[in-house]
Design a protein around this ligand. Structure first.
Ligand code: ADP
Ligand code: MG
Length: 612
């Protein structure tokens, strides 16, 4: 037997390792933006073409690199940010693993231009397959530009794994949003396919949030700020009406690093208990600052997960800080830091910090909240009708189920289908629990789910409109401006042509702003912002695995959005109309998502039931 083990050549080893760091264009966006931030830039421009597949370029006015550093930076484990393992626990920079540029250089063609303030001229470097192919002086202002071209040009299998431009672009916007939120003092620009998409001037955190997540948030953010010995929390949390059915705008930053933490999300959500429906998610942008030695940032290659020395205490602080903020704005009825008993027993809470700081800490609001249960001050309950009105606004839509394919699921009808009614049942309908319509029939009865029935009716109406004549659009007297988060704005731009077909006349008006000039003539409630928000929410709810067209998703969303909801009282006339319309549908048994719309019960079945 011959020996079989070989040492992989560098460029292959690098390509393999790159898989961890660079999965898609957005990964490069994150790494390059973070490098620019680490280099002390005050002005950073991101350029992407073809959703980053052909180009991701970041230009900064930061420190620049020396000639040697410019060559070195593409080596694996080349970093200027740590020198020894201990440094990991004092990290203040975004990067430290020295892997990003090496990974990028292994899977794309790279062009680097860089110059330090003290150098006479800049350096141009081109790299392909981890090898420098060109190096020459170049005229360049202070700072660095790194262009990543044709990602995965040499790993076609991975290139095939990339998603559509729309999907990849959304990932890019997500990463851009995260970095831009963390550094509002830095000016950021994003150009996509030559079009300036974002231009974020340096400003306050609040301004940055509004610029990125939507102008409509201006008056809907509540400031959060708690300083303690152990950690500081600051940022903004949304008033209850900003909560959404999809987990979208939830941002946690620990020492300015965006992290994903289901545990901390839960802490915030729990602070909203009884303020928002259980199945919706609050919006927030929260920053936690604590001594870097209390966290381990090196538990994940892209550093989006970190480990806290004491996770429970962070949970408790976050929850208390958000509760406190909501209480101060009279959003929660009372301020009772009703902490989990387990958390109250934690030594860090029982014996705060150092003895000499104890006095000081014990007088702090947040500490009192932890230790003196029921010492909360009472804040007047907000106007009940205000709460009701937004919960009504929130309540109507149950989550949309995910189905595996785009065709109808064959119904598992429990009941025999003996009746051959060609027309709608004739007798008088009765509403049950404001949700179902009971229709007696000579041979039994039908029980129709009103919302599902209406969804089916609208769905078929919109479907035929989209295939043939567009739905009539009614001009709005005064066009209304609409504002969205960056991600929603992108989504909306994608679906504008389809919306046009459905009777919405909406124009993109620059970055996240749109102008609505007309809406479908028979639109149920004419609150354009709400209508479109709902529509996008519904749209996003579809399981991404679901292979149905954008158009189909939109029609289903719109049908659901416009349908008369369960819980709505219907008049006799309305019920009759609904039943007639349903019976005129192509497919009257199943809702657009494949749920049974009605139950048909006949005498035989009833007799079996009663064992006659
Ligand atoms: P890390 O950020 O973990 O150190 P990278 O591979 O991202 O690793 O970068 C390697 C090194 O290249 C950095 O430590 C830094 O010294 C240098 N570098 C990268 N990007 C820039 C930039 N935009 N400006 C100045 N120096 C940079
Ligand atoms: Mg880096």
């Amino acid at each position: 037997m011959t020996d079989t083990i070989i040492l992989l050549p560098d460029h292959i080893a690098n390509q393999i390792a790159a898989g961890e760091v660079i999965q898609r264009p957005a990964s490069a966006v994150k790494e390059l933006l973070e490098n620019a931030v680490d280099a002390g830039a005050t002005d950073i421009t991101l350029i992407v073409n073809d959703a980053g597949k052909s180009l991701v370029q970041v230009i900064d006015n930061g420190s620049g690199m020396s000639e040697t550093d410019a060559r070195m930076c593409f080596e694996r484990h080349a970093t200027s940010k740590i020198k020894k393992i201990d440094d990991l626990f004092h990290i203040r920079t975004m990067g430290f693993r020295g892997e990003a540029l090496a990974s990028i250089a292994a899977v794309a063609q790279v062009q680097l231009k860089t110059k330090r303030a003290e150098d006479e001229h800049g350096m141009l470097l081109e790299i392909e397959n981890s090898t420098v192919t060109l190096q020459e002086p170049v005229a360049w202002p202070k700072g660095t530009s790194i262009a990543m071209k044709n990602l995965f040009f040499n790993v076609p299998a991975r290139r095939n794994f990339l998603k559509s431009n729309a999907v990849e672009m959304r990932h890019i916007i997500d990463e851009f949003t995260r970095v831009a939120l963390a550094f509002p003092e830095i000016k950021f620009e994003l150009h996509a396919n030559g079009v300036p998409t974002f231009q974020l001037e340096s400003g306050s955190l609040k301004q940055r949030i509004v610029q990125l997540l939507g102008n409509n948030l201006q008056a809907k953010l509540v400031g959060v700020k708690e300083d303690t010995d152990y950690l500081n929390i600051y940022g903004f949390t949304g008033k209850p009406e900003t909560s959404k059915k999809t987990r979208g705008d939830q941002y946690f930053f620990v020492n300015n690093r965006f992290i994903k933490s289901a545990y901390l999300n839960h802490a915030v959500k729990s602070a909203y208990q009884q303020l928002i429906p259980d199945d919706s998610f609050p919006l927030y942008v929260l920053f936690i600052e604590l001594d870097p030695n209390q966290i381990d940032v090196n538990v994940h290659p892209t550093k989006q997960e970190i480990k806290f020395e004491d996770e429970k205490i962070i949970y408790a602080f976050v929850q208390a800080a958000v509760k406190h903020a909501l209480a101060q704005y009279s959003i929660t009825p009372t301020l009772d830091f009703d902490l989990d008993a387990g958390i109250q027993q934690l030594p860090s809470i029982q014996q705060p910090f150092t003895e000499n700081k104890k006095q000081e800490a014990a007088s702090g609001k947040i500490f009192q909240g932890f230790t003196q249960k029921n010492q909360a001050h009472f804040i007047e309950r907000p106007d009940k009708s205000a709460i009701d009105s937004w919960s009504a606004f929130q309540a109507p839509l149950p989550a949309m189920p995910a189905t595996d394919n785009d065709t109808y699921i064959a119904p598992e009808l429990q009941l025999p289908e003996t009746q051959s009614s060609s027309g709608a049942p004739e007798t008088d309908p009765i509403q049950i629990a404001r949700t179902y319509i009971l229709i007696p029939d000579v041979n039994g009865f039908y029980l129709v789910a009103q919302q599902l029935a209406h969804e089916r009716i609208l769905y078929e109406k919109y479907l035929s409109a989209s295939l043939g004549k567009p739905i009539v659009s009614q001009q709005i007297m005064y066009p209304v401006t609409l504002n969205f988060s960056a991600a929603d704005a992108l989504l909306l731009r994608e679906v504008l042509p389809d919306l046009q077909q459905l009777g919405f006349n909406i124009e993109h008006f620059g970055s996240t702003t749109f102008l609505i000039n007309g809406s479908p003539a028979d639109l149920k409630d004419n609150e354009p912002q709400q209508t479109i928000d709902f529509l996008l929410e519904q749209y996003k709810h579809f399981n991404p695995q679901l292979k149905i067209s954008r158009h189909e998703k939109l029609i289903r969303s719109m049908a659901r959005q416009q349908s008369v909801k369960s819980g709505t009282m219907l008049t006799h006339k309305e019920m009759k109309q609904l039943i007639t319309d349903l019976w005129n549908c192509h497919q009257k048994q199943l809702s657009p998502d494949g749920k049974n719309i009605f139950l048909q019960v006949d005498k035989q079945w009833l007799e079996q039931l009663f064992q006659k």
